[in-house]
Design a protein around this ligand. Structure first.
Ligand SMILES: Cc1cc2nc3c(=O)[nH]c(=O)nc-3n(C[C@H](O)[C@H](O)[C@H](O)COP(=O)(O)OP(=O)(O)OC[C@H]3O[C@@H](n4cnc5c(N)ncnc54)[C@H](O)[C@@H]3O)c2cc1C
Length: 511
């Protein structure tokens, strides 16, 4: 079906290649839902573009109307409707990615890059780069069934971020369709303002149709180790020491999580051993350990031809750490297997039904200055019984983030990601979702009341004053960039930052 205009002048711009799916019933429409399962917004139509020109045509068509908005939808793994467009057009970016092959770009300097569609999953990028070229990007997310455009619109963090930077620091060129329907190629040297606006820009400035990602030789194997701490002070001191080591003596990956001092299969000791790993022996924990314990997770990569003994290096690097001796879990796994480790969690959650249940998740970046207090107040207080899912707590370095991007970060040079990833059994077997949402609000209130230096990652505010507070000193630049690249506020309405402005010569569009 085509988008049809009520006006002859506009008919010239009529796109004839866009496949538009009418939305008959919001309940049947994937674009009306997301992984969070907390909100639903019914679009007027879902557009499955076949090319970049189709993306541009859809945005141009929306611009000709008084009211239509356009949301790029990656894999719909947002948790608060960020990729939805109530009464607007949803662009299925997975559709366009299926028609755009990934390409290897080799420079005469020997540098290698991948040109990948914005709607490609990181998992697809991994398999293509490793299998076809023995190469890989340096920076990942924990879970790879997320799209390139979706994570670049937010940040994209994992245990590699402290060393290689987040995903927004690992891209050298973008092809973007801005809110005026124009396709532009941008980089740090060509249209840098657009390039940095889009990175972490929550979809506000343009639709990413292609990204150029640096590649390096892919490691063959990974030495993956988890160790346990009873003291948060020791855990945080070691984690911060590890992420500030010079790269020649650093791990390739540092993460960690809090868990409950109990035998609960999801929240407690059994969540620590690496798959296939050893039994967790709680009698090794010091007497008087609190209700919450901590697991530091590190990894060293091994290249094929590497002479150095990775086992020995791991042992040396672990020696000064103050973890509980005997509570160590290690495995040697393939690189692709390591990066795909969360797939097992997905399979299990699908089996239990918690993958399809609502996910009231909360992600916060919080300054190292305040993390001990947060641990006392929130992890050991409000969440001492666990959350039926991982409670990630690990540090990263602000110096690895370019301040020109749109991402809002805390002030501190070292800040932690705290990710409260609730996987609840569906109600009534599991807790009522509204109680968990309220608990999230109470945690944010506690952060505010205690004066913590923090920013919400994947924010979802409802008022512009909240957004202004979120971006702080970056807000006026964010507003200026919006006026420049999406003056009618057509794009990413699900973020609820700006309201659509009618164009002066609005036409009516029939879908
Ligand atoms: C199981 C799971 C694990 C996760 N693990 C991590 C993790 O380890 N690290 C991490 O950083 N994040 C993680 N996330 C969060 C994830 O990064 C976000 O949900 C992100 O939005 C990517 O999801 P998506 O590709 O499905 O994008 P969507 O949810 O579809 O979209 C997110 C936002 O980006 C916009 N957008 C999407 N595609 C484009 C595009 N091509 N151009 C412009 N704007 C676009 C949308 O309009 C929307 O505003 C995880 C999420 C889940 C559900």
């Amino acid at each position: 079906m085509m988008l049809a205009y009520m006006d002859h002048a506009a008919a010239a711009a009529e796109p004839d290649t866009i496949e538009v799916a009418m939305v008959a019933d919001a309940a049947e429409c994937a674009a009306a839902r997301d992984f969070g399962g907390l909100v639903s917004a019914r679009p007027a139509a879902v557009v499955r573009p076949a090319s970049v020109d189709d993306v541009a045509s859809a945005i141009q068509a929306a611009a000709l109307t008084a009211h239509l908005t356009v949301a790029a939808r990656g894999n719909g793994h947002s948790v608060a409707g960020q990729a939805m467009a109530e009464g607007g057009l949803v662009l299925d970016m997975r559709a366009v990615s299926r028609r755009m092959p990934m390409q290897l770009v080799l420079l005469s300097s020997g540098a290698a890059f991948a040109d990948v569609p914005g709607g490609a999953l990181w998992e697809e990028v991994l398999h293509w780069a490793v299998s076809n070229h023995g190469l890989a990007p340096a920076s990942w997310t924990d879970y790879l069934r997320l799209t390139v455009g979706g994570t670049l619109s937010n940040g994209g963090v994992s245990g590699q971020s402290f060393r290689y930077g987040p995903q927004v620091s690992n891209v050298v060129e973008l092809e973007v369709v801005t809110g005026d329907g124009k396709c532009r190629v941008c980089s740090p040297s060509s249209h840098p303002d657009l390039f940095f606006a889009v990175l972490g820009g929550l979809g506000q400035f343009g639709v990413i149709t292609r990204a150029r990602i640096p590649l390096s030789p892919a490691p063959q194997t990974v030495k993956w180790t988890r160790v346990v701490y009873a003291s948060f002070a020791d855990y945080a001191a070691d984690a911060e020491w590890l992420v500030t080591r010079p790269s020649e003596s650093a791990f390739d990956y540092v993460e960690g999580f809090a868990f409950v001092h109990s035998d609960d299969p999801v929240n407690g000791w059994p969540s620590v051993p690496i798959p296939g790993g050893a039994h967790f022996e709680p009698s090794l924990l010091p007497a008087g350990s609190g209700p919450v314990l901590y697991c530091l997770e590190v990894a060293l990569y091994k290249q094929h031809q590497q002479a150095e003994d990775v086992d020995e290096r791991m042992e040396q690097m672990m020696r000064p750490l103050k973890y509980v001796r005997g509570l160590e879990f290690a495995a040697d796994v393939g690189y692709v297997e390591f990066l795909s480790r969360v797939n097992r969690v997905e399979e299990e959650a699908r089996r239990t039904g918690s993958w399809a249940a609502p996910h009231p998740w909360l992600n916060i970046f919080i300054s190292a200055r305040d993390i001990a207090d947060f641990d006392r107040t929130v992890l050991n207080g409000m969440l001492a019984d666990g959350i039926d899912g991982p409670m990630l707590v690990y540090p990263m370095l602000k110096s690895k983030w370019d301040p020109n991007t749109s991402v809002a970060l805390p002030e501190g040079d070292i800040f932690y990601l705290v990710a409260l990833l609730r996987f609840c059994r569906p109600y009534p077997g599991g807790p009522a979702v509204n109680e968990l949402v309220e608990q999230n609000s109470a945690i944010i209130d506690a952060c505010r009341c205690n004066g913590y230096d923090f920013k919400i990652y994947f924010p979802h505010y409802r008022t512009q004053s909240d957004w202004a507070a979120h971006f702080g000193s970056k807000w006026s630049r964010f507003v200026d960039r919006k006026a420049r690249y999406d003056p009618l506020a057509i794009l990413a309405p699900g973020q609820k930052i700006f309201s659509r402005t009618p164009s002066s010569s609005a036409k009516r569009v029939i879908v």
